[in-house]
Design a protein around this ligand. Structure first.
Ligand SMILES: N[C@@H](CCC(=O)N[C@@H](CS)C(=O)NCC(=O)O)C(=O)O
Length: 202
């Protein structure tokens, strides 16, 4: 088994944070996005879409998409549970995880793609698109700050993949030069707690 994932250490990586929380070791094959290795002929044979992560199983099966990889490991290693423990808590974790992916991580990625020189020439960079994504991101983070008023974790009483997705989303927001509003005290408290976990270095 082998996990293809990006090499840059400026930001935690979703599957690797998850694996660290679970205590699962998987050999890593780094792909240097800065050098464009994800678009090399060699890597396009592994993922024709030219993005990481990809999990390669021993029989050669290649699983794309971080959430699919995480769900695969969760089925094999249910403990400690990071996607709930029963139908209701699993549904809530998945619901909140999507809210963090679409409302935070995807918006931060859009800002980055429409403002960073890294994507110039590959994306038709449009300031208005970045501005709309900033507004969406602010609205979703403000809402999450309210949600975290009475609880420690995004989707309930234990840490879950919703927290991991939000951690990655906030990390990408910072890469896109977006900082959390200090007035969001619940969200900042949650972020400090997430960053202090050893998994955040993964
Ligand atoms: N939805 C995909 C997103 C994959 C993705 O966009 N990966 C980024 C790194 S976080 C990438 O490989 N980007 C390379 C590029 O755009 O050139 C997932 O969750 O796995």
């Amino acid at each position: 088994m082998k996990l293809y994932d990006f090499a840059q250490a400026h930001n935690p990586r979703k599957v690797r944070v998850y694996l660290a929380e679970k205590g699962i070791q998987v050999p890593l094959q780094t792909v240097d996005l800065g050098k464009g290795e994800q678009r090399s002929l060699e890597f396009l044979k592994i993922n024709p879409l030219g993005v990481v992560p990809v999990l390669e199983l021993d029989d050669g099966t290649r699983i794309p998409e971080s959430l699919a990889i995480i769900e695969y490991f969760e089925e094999l290693h249910p403990n400690p549970p990071l996607i709930g423990t029963d139908p209701v808590s699993r549904a809530l974790v998945r619901g909140y995880e999507r809210r963090c992916e679409q409302g935070v991580l995807a918006q931060a990625a859009t800002i980055f793609q429409h403002t960073s020189p890294f994507f110039a020439g590959r994306v038709d960079q449009t300031p208005k698109v970045a501005e709309i994504a900033r507004k969406n991101l602010t609205a979703r983070l403000a809402w999450l700050n309210d949600e975290l008023k009475d609880r420690e974790w995004v989707a309930g009483e234990r840490i879950s993949i919703a927290d991991i997705t939000l951690l990655i989303g906030v990390g990408w927001a910072k890469v896109a030069k977006y900082e959390l509003d200090p007035a969001w005290t619940n969200l900042n408290r949650w972020y400090d707690a997430m960053k202090a976990r050893p998994s955040a270095q993964a």
